[in-house]
Write a protein that binds this ligand. Structure first.
Ligand SMILES: Cc1cc2nc3c(=O)[nH]c(=O)nc-3n(C[C@H](O)[C@H](O)[C@H](O)COP(=O)(O)OP(=O)(O)OC[C@H]3O[C@@H](n4cnc5c(N)ncnc54)[C@H](O)[C@@H]3O)c2cc1C
Length: 477
């Protein structure tokens, strides 16, 4: 399986990331309507930026309006722990023919492969699983997974209604005689293999349609050694986009009632252009915080409701010294089979890649959401409890940390999309449809082929730029 497993409140609070310097933070007079561009792009994430790069190269005048005080959206590299650490996306999923890998190569950005098999798995009591234990666990998981896929095939061929992965699992478990310990291990595997990948609970995931990424790129996953943010910086620099981006512009409404121009109102001003590209995250579209007039077509509204928007959160713990695993060992991931599904089950050994004493823990789906209600101290205490069970009570406390809370982030309201029960790839296509050849939509949740990924978002920006170029003649400067 192409794994996609995988803020912030550090001891110091980050005010502005280095990426904000790549954009203008100007105050615009609220009284004046700002005109003079062909296309307004709402959102300076990778999809908005990729669209802007293509449109600008064809002579279009673009303006990107970004709510945050930085660009990059769900790509966010933080440097406050003196190492570039990604709070949003980390991996290029499938490097072969992946446009993000091609960009990384073009810009000479170093990426390193992740070997998901280079993993140590521990029982909750701290006992390391032997190779034989791991084989048994994997065989049991593969068996159950295969039988669930058989249920999926049967339901598909019989045109039966969708059910959740959890419901299918429960059907399958009726015929199994697992011990309680085996069941805990099975849930650990399902959590780290599926719930981390989709950022959703098994009970939320569509059995029939959640495996939409049939055209996933091959070639294994790579990390950016100096952070994903480099891709954003390089794209902005290479297309000299920085003067076309306004930050701290929270879009409040989009009025496309006139065919000649669209009016976009932000917290600061009113802007007008012939076309608007909306790249708002699905979480923001679901929350209806940006008003469209007339309202978006009902079919699009239904798809916005049907698709899910899941949660994956990260915790970086920086320790005064390296203490985990053998220094020469090659383990890249460390896992703990928690007795409560999803509780602090998986972390990435950043020491392996950076030689810095940093661990990156993941919490997804239900538990990923729950931890957002916990204090930083409580989250760290739970991580430390898991680590102490494995490495002993003498390990040091972290000296600094970063904790993300993507579900509470008002400009994301979650991490990335998934196919909920009753939804399908058609909903991604519906989200991608333009309205009146004036209002266009990009972003990961509009990507039918590669949803929930950076490359999917990037390609969606290019797809919409091409549609805009076909629909609207360039006026030039
Ligand atoms: C924790 C986490 C881990 C991930 N890991 C990976 C990974 O390893 N690999 C991978 O490929 N993908 C990963 N992803 C998914 C990936 O980050 C996204 O799919 C991709 O970055 C989305 O880009 P986008 O342009 O669609 O949206 P965004 O990057 O969210 O851009 C949308 C922009 O709109 C702005 N905005 C929101 N509301 C308003 C408003 N009212 N007015 C103006 N602007 C607004 C936002 O601030 C944002 O900048 C991860 C995501 C998260 C959160």
């Amino acid at each position: 399986m192409n794994r996609r497993d995988f803020i912030k409140l550090s001891l110091q609070v980050l005010i502005a990331s280095s990426l904000s310097s790549a954009a203008r933070a100007v105050s615009v007079s609220p009284k004046n309507t700002q005109t003079g561009v062909d296309v307004i792009i709402i959102g300076a994430g990778i999809s908005g930026i990729s669209a802007a790069v293509m449109l600008k190269s064809k002579g279009y005048r673009v303006l990107i309006l970004e709510a945050r005080n930085r660009i990059g959206g769900r790509i966010w590299t933080d440097n406050t722990l003196n190492v570039p650490l990604d709070l949003g996306a980390s991996w290029i999923h499938g490097v072969t023919n992946n446009p993000i890998k091609q960009l990384a190569d073009k810009f000479n950005l170093k990426t390193v492969p992740t070997d998901y098999d280079a993993r140590q798995i521990y029982q909750a009591n701290g006992t390391l699983l032997t190779e034989e234990d791991v084989t048994d666990l994997t065989d049991r998981y593969d068996g159950v997974y295969g039988r669930i896929i058989a249920i999926q095939k049967k339901r598909r061929s019989g045109n039966l209604p969708d059910i959740s992965w959890q419901a299918a699992l429960e059907q399958e478990l009726v015929n199994e005689k697992f011990t309680p310990a085996e069941l805990t291990e099975l849930y650990y595997s399902l959590n780290t293999e599926l719930e981390h990948e989709y950022a959703a609970d098994l009970s939320q995931l569509s059995l029939l349609n959640s495996d939409v990424e049939e055209n996933a790129f091959e070639g294994g996953d790579h990390l950016f050694l100096k952070g994903y943010g480099q891709i954003i910086e390089q794209l902005v620099q290479s297309a000299t986009l920085s003067s076309d981006i306004l930050i701290n512009q929270i879009v409040k409404s989009v009025d496309y009632s006139k065919t000649t121009s669209i009016k976009v109102t932000t917290n600061q001003a009113v802007f007008q252009a012939r076309a608007v590209l909306v790249t708002l995250p699905l979480g923001v579209l679901k929350a209806n915080t940006v008003k469209f007039s007339p309202p978006l077509p009902i079919t699009k509204q239904n798809s916005i409701k049907k698709l899910g928007f899941g949660v994956l959160n990260k915790t970086y713990l920086r320790f005064p010294e390296y203490f985990w695993e053998d220094q020469d060992a090659e383990s890249q991931l460390v896992n703990s089979i928690s007795t409560i599904k999803g509780h602090f089950a998986e972390w990435l050994n950043l020491y392996f890649y950076t030689k810095q004493p940093i661990l990156l823990g993941f919490n997804a789906a239900k538990h990923g959401k729950e931890i957002e209600g916990m204090s930083d101290k409580a989250i760290i205490a739970e991580w430390m409890q898991t680590l102490r069970a494995i490495y002993g009570n003498d390990i040091p406390e972290p000296d600094s940390y970063l904790i993300t809370r993507w579900n509470k982030d008002p400009y994301a309201l979650g991490s990335y999309s998934y196919v909920g029960v009753g939804a399908s790839a058609k909903d991604y296509q519906e989200l991608a449809k333009s309205v009146n050849n004036q209002l266009f939509f990009a972003g990961e949740a509009t990507s039918f082929d590669h949803p929930a990924t950076v490359h999917g978002a990037f390609l969606s920006g290019e797809r919409e730029a091409k549609k805009i170029i076909a629909a609207i003649p360039v006026t030039g400067k």
